[in-house]
Ligand binder design. Structure first.
Ligand SMILES: Nc1ncnc2c1ncn2[C@@H]1O[C@H](COP(=O)(O)OP(=O)(O)OP(=O)(O)O)[C@@H](O)[C@H]1O
Ligand SMILES: [Mg+2]
Length: 277
């Protein structure tokens, strides 16, 4: 380790400790602790409104754009505090989010969308290298380079959203439900690309409702229920557990009483209905 390196020895990866997030008076997350070691794919599963996107926003420093804020706890990368930093500073540290809903600049071409993702690149050469790598990951983006992004299919737009994020050469990629609403074949292609991105050295925090897909990619999984972690463990163990399948993945049997919200209101238990991909 370099003498100027501020990282404490031994700390490697993304770490969330006792995190609480509010949107105004509404508590969306409470007591969240999780680890994403460098090189890993870690998934956070949960139904609608569980707080998955909120968690990613807390990591990427984008909560303030949603009128939300961290009320306690912290996020660190390699032991150095990330929470509280501006979004641009988080990106500069190599942490990049692909937001839910595959948002692309619809009126811009595919090429222009990718170029927008490279704005944070260190120099022109690394931008060119990143572009080459992105087009290898998503050959369809090369074929459609001059097409307006709004005319791409849903799956292609997801690829573009991911490709744009990869233009920033992230060390940690935050993916928010990348397969939502996609046909099984397209979802499988996205999953394969996530695997490839990870194999090339990028750490991935994947938020999903598609539990089968996410558990097949991840080494470790957390289940989020109305703002709190209900369960965590090695992905293979969670995937194999009858209890998990019954209670959290919507497979068979009685789902039990609905959990209470952190703010006390009653809600329906979020069912992960897409267990079978
Ligand atoms: N901008 C916001 N202002 C107020 N409340 C919000 C805001 N965004 C989210 N919430 C609330 O915070 C809670 C968690 O929402 P979040 O979007 O993080 O859930 P999610 O797990 O990503 O759900 P989904 O699967 O539907 O995307 C919900 O109760 C939601 O209503
Ligand atoms: Mg969400």
């Amino acid at each position: 380790m370099n003498v100027h390196d501020p990282r404490p020895p031994g700390a490697s990866g993304l770490s969330v400790r006792d995190l609480a997030v509010n949107y105004g008076p509404v508590t969306a997350l409470r007591g969240i602790s999780l680890d994403v070691p460098r090189g890993a794919v870690v998934t956070v599963l949960g139904g609608n409104g569980a707080g998955k996107s909120t968690l990613l926003r807390a990591v990427s420093g984008t909560l303030r754009f949603q009128r939300g804020g961290i009320t306690s706890g912290e996020v660190t990368l390699d032991g150095v505090k990330l929470s509280g930093a501006a979004t641009s500073a988080v990106v500069a540290r190599g942490v990049v989010q692909v937001p839910e809903g595959r948002r692309v600049f619809a009126r811009m071409t595919v090429e222009e969308n990718l170029r927008a993702g490279a704005l944070g690149a260190r120099d022109r050469r690394s931008a060119a290298e990143a572009r080459e790598r992105v087009l290898e990951l998503f050959p369809v983006l090369a074929e459609r380079a001059r097409q307006r992004a709004g005319l791409l299919s849903g799956g292609e737009q997801q690829m573009l959203a991911m490709g744009r994020a990869m233009m920033a050469c992230p060390e940690v990629l935050l993916l928010d439900e990348p397969t939502l609403g996609l046909a099984p074949l397209m979802a499988a292609r996205i999953a394969e690309t996530v695997r490839e991105i990870n194999a090339q050295g990028t750490t991935v925090l994947l938020v999903e409702q598609n539990a089968a897909m996410a558990l097949s990619l991840a080494s470790h999984a957390y289940v989020l229920e109305v703002g709190e972690i209900a369960l965590s463990g090695p992905a293979a163990e969670l995937a194999a557990s009858d209890e998990v399948r019954r209670r959290y993945l919507g497979v068979g049997g009685d789902a039990g009483d609905p959990p209470a919200r952190p703010d006390g209101a009653a809600v329906r238990r979020p069912a992960l209905s897409r267990w079978s991909a």
